[in-house]
Write a protein that binds this ligand. Structure first.
Ligand SMILES: [Zn+2]
Length: 90
């Protein structure tokens, strides 16, 4: 996985993004973080609603499990499993 080292832009409005909406996906053997959106704090509420809609519409194969979307702080150069969860923003 590529960890971006440049400035990340909000995918909705283009200002610098500081948050990531992602959910943990597992098939029993592998667990990974699936990213729904990378946004700034202003766009977070709308993006989180969209991610939740996509999550509830998402069909998972048997044996797979996807957690509801969660909010994480984007940290440059930090591996995705070390992201800081921001449950206060969810
Ligand atoms: Zn934005």
């Amino acid at each position: 996985m590529n960890i971006p080292r440049y400035r990340v832009s909000c995918e909705s409005c283009g200002v610098e993004a500081s948050l990531k909406i992602a959910s943990s996906w597992t098939n029993g053997d592998t667990t990974e973080l699936k990213t729904y959106a990378i946004v700034c704090p202003t766009c977070l509420p709308a993006a989180l609603r969209g991610a939740r809609n996509r999550h509830s519409a998402c069909a998972v194969a048997s044996g797979e499990r996807v957690e509801p979307p969660a909010v994480f702080e984007l940290a440059m150069g930090r591996p995705s499993h070390c992201l800081l969860r921001r449950a206060d923003l969810e």
